[in-house]
Design a protein around this ligand. Structure first.
Ligand SMILES: [Zn+2]
Length: 244
């Protein structure tokens, strides 16, 4: 079942390779290789069947308790005034802000309008701010999205493109999946295949840990319809002139 770029599964998502004392043991080798190489396993965000059984308030309360445990396990003294409110702040931030795009109920309301100007060339919205979170390390992905479409007779407000980028960014993500989800939502709303999406982003899990490369960025692209043609692709890339 697919809703808004989601696929619902019954599984936890990780492979199992047996049981020890009645407890399922994850195939740690496989999943670690996938995570450290930032490989997405699916275009749709893997969601549990019971993803929305708990209310947002119940989720915040549950995450608060568990995050407090994480901090205490690290040895932090939560009686300190500076740390005491952190579990609640983090829980609220997860549910209401940085992961609010997991809930289809938060998808932006988009109205389409008739293309009255009969504008037939590509429309490019570039340098859209993008803040997401790497699903393998739960660290920020920060960058820019560049989007283009050719109207099939309908247009949307420019700020709606930003809102679509923002909605799909507010999930634990893999950059490739984020790119494809934005493109597929634009195809659905604008009823056209003529969509291009490029994302240029820095991953904190690459810059501040692991390989610790602060200068590299990751570029992903999705082209469909007329943007598969080299001349249209070149025109779009000239407009967005990456790095300038
Ligand atoms: Zn990562």
């Amino acid at each position: 079942m697919k809703v808004n770029g989601f696929v619902k599964t019954n599984q936890q998502g990780s492979k199992t390779n047996g049981q020890i004392n009645g407890t399922e043991v994850r195939n740690i080798v496989d999943t670690d290789i996938i995570g450290d190489n930032h490989i997405a396993t699916s275009i749709d965000t893997p969601m549990r069947e019971d993803a929305f059984v708990l209310s947002d308030e119940q989720k915040i309360a549950t995450i608060e308790v568990k995050f407090r445990e994480i901090m205490e396990t690290l040895g932090l003294d939560l009686r300190d005034d500076s740390l005491n409110g952190t579990p609640h702040r983090v829980a609220k931030m997860f549910v209401q802000e940085i992961f609010s795009g997991l809930n289809p109920g938060n998808s932006p309301k988009i109205s389409v309008f008739e293309n009255k100007f009969q504008y037939g060339e590509m429309l490019v919205e570039k340098n859209i701010n993008l803040n997401s979170t790497c699903e393998h390390h739960f660290l920020p992905i920060v960058g820019k999205a560049h989007v283009a479409y050719v109207s099939s007779g309908e247009v949307i407000g420019l700020s709606k493109i930003n809102r679509i980028v923002d909605f799909f960014s507010r999930r634990p993500q893999v950059q490739e999946r984020l790119t494809v989800q934005i493109a597929s939502e634009l195809r659905r709303i604008l009823k056209t295949e003529d969509i291009a999406v490029v994302i240029d982003a820095k991953h904190m899990c690459v810059s501040s840990r692991g390989i610790e490369d602060e200068s590299s960025s990751t570029i992903t692209a999705e082209y469909s319809g007329v943007f598969k043609r080299q001349d249209r692709k070149d025109e779009f890339l000239k407009y967005i002139a990456l790095g300038r």
